[in-house]
Design a protein around this ligand. Structure first.
Ligand code: 9MR
Length: 465
């Protein structure tokens, strides 16, 4: 299928939905099988549905069970920020980030990395730095953290909140900005070199309304980056709303205009203060806006229960403090189940051929297809755990993954799959139960490798039917 054919298919889908591009009404597509949870409903149109997760969620089994049931993309709320990752210069502390990343991968979730470079939540030693020394420290941080988590991250917020609020359209004044205007592109280049597979995003707030100066300023930067080949794949819209800053009715215009630059767009930190029907309608508006834009690939809410929120007084989330689903939850679920234009993310990485274009190996929409990603699990002196995430690129009825080990490695244990051994050091893994997955859904299996001194990661691939 050519890019033009795909675009006309998408145009037909948009026409079928009856989206009024000037307003924000989206008539329901006939729902196929309604998703019973947020991530299942989002997967019907090829999107993910995520949540922020704080380390303390792990102490609350009610929260982790909601998280596990409803969401398939996880963002560490604070645990992967600069102060958490590098508390002393050159001394990295991976433990808090690892707890969240490992929980996510072990439960078959993907991870948004947040955030590599930011003016806020810098460790003390960095706050007092300026100039070339700070520039180097920032780049070292980006390189080290992105390298450490290489292979585990779906998208990185490479740079967070670099623009000023208000009407200036200027960069935010910060120690990073004072190292020179090119600090942002330098951070993106370092991130690409460290993790070529992750999508690299610029992430900000108050960039939702197309008419606002800040939105326009970020747009000009992204356009410039695309024109000059600076490696950027996505733009994150935080989407923190309240009555003074409601969801704009041109939100889908903003998302579409950014998408037309050749980047994916994602809603990254959604929360809306309020309650009842009016809150539900605001959430509905955000979901509609994303569903209207092919390259809006997913939505993340900024926490599970109202009581966990950074602004709990505003009860801004989808579950109340007792874990009950709120009206807003039902509005989001129903809207996701109503259809929307199928998501069509661009390929990640340096070879991105452009907006929604098929890559050379793109099998087209009808051919079952999946992607296998290896991530590192726990390590010991004599062995390490590996986790393979299988992502369905289309609806698939089953999958088969091949894991290729290297001499003298062998597998001593597996979980969540049925292995066979067609050749020495080749493991073929099939689903333990029903292998069917909707487009965008993921599952994972794991295994323990006795490494015999060879720490090389196994090669993984997958085939779908
Ligand atoms: O939710 C986070 C809160 O727990 C922290 O105290 C706060 C510190 O800056 O950061 C919050 O998360 C922010 C996110 O990292 C970036 N966008 C705005 C979010 C809400 O403040």
């Amino acid at each position: 299928m050519t890019a033009r054919m795909r675009r006309s298919r998408i145009a037909a889908a948009i026409a079928a939905t009856g989206i009024a591009m000037s307003g924000i009404t989206l008539a329901a597509l006939p729902a196929s099988a309604a998703g019973a949870t947020l991530h299942e409903a989002a997967a019907e149109s090829g999107r993910y549905f995520g949540s922020a997760m704080a380390a303390h969620y792990l102490n609350n089994s009610q929260t982790t069970s909601i998280l596990n049931r409803e969401f398939n993309m996880i963002t560490a709320e604070n645990e992967m920020k600069m102060d958490a990752m590098q508390p002393q210069r050159g001394n990295f502390n991976w433990s808090s980030g690892d707890r969240i990343v490992n929980w996510a991968l072990q439960n078959g979730k993907q991870v948004r990395g947040h955030a590599l470079a930011w003016h806020s939540q810098q460790p003390g030693w960095m706050q007092s730095m300026e100039g070339p020394q700070l520039r180097q420290a920032m780049l070292d941080h980006v390189t080290q953290v992105a390298t450490y988590y290489r292979g585990k991250i779906h998208s990185w917020d490479v740079v967070n909140e670099a623009f000023a609020d208000g009407s200036s359209g200027a960069r935010r004044n910060s120690n990073l900005q004072r190292t020179g205007d090119d600090w942002i592109e330098a951070a993106f280049r370092a991130a690409r070199a460290a993790d070529p597979q992750a999508k690299l995003c610029y992430n900000d707030y108050n960039t939702d309304n197309w008419d606002h100066a800040k939105t326009q300023a970020v747009y000009r930067m992204v356009r410039d980056f695309k024109q000059r080949g600076v490696p950027i794949d996505c733009v994150g819209f935080q989407a923190h709303f309240n009555s003074g800053n409601p969801v704009p009715n041109n939100y889908h215009v903003t998302l579409q205009n950014f998408a037309d630059l050749g980047v994916d767009v994602q809603i990254t930190e959604l929360d809306i203060e309020g309650s009842g029907q009016s809150q539900a309608e605001q959430f509905d508006g955000v979901v509609q806006a994303c569903l209207a834009v092919t390259r809006c690939t997913g939505i993340t809410v900024w926490g599970v229960k109202d009581t966990d929120s950074w602004r709990s007084y505003g009860t801004p989330l989808l579950f109340d403090g007792n874990g009950n689903k709120k009206l807003a939850y039902h509005a989001v679920l129903d809207r996701l189940n109503s259809g929307g234009t199928p998501a069509d993310p661009g390929d990640p990485g340096p070879g991105d051929p452009g907006p929604g274009d098929p890559g050379p190996g793109d099998p087209g929409p009808g051919t079952p297809s999946c992607t296998a990603t290896y991530s590192e699990g726990e390590k010991w002196n004599d062995r390490f755990n590996g986790i393979v995430t299988i992502r369905a690129d289309t609806n698939i009825s089953s999958w088969t993954a091949t894991v290729q080990l290297q001499w003298p490695q062998y597998v001593s244990a597996t979980w969540n799959g049925s292995p066979t051994w067609p050749a020495e050091r080749t493991m073929v893994m099939r689903p333990a139960g029903n292998g069917s997955l909707g487009a965008g859904q993921t599952t994972s299996f794991g295994f323990t490798v006795m490494h015999g001194g060879n720490w090389t990661w196994p090669q993984v691939s997958c085939a779908a039917s």
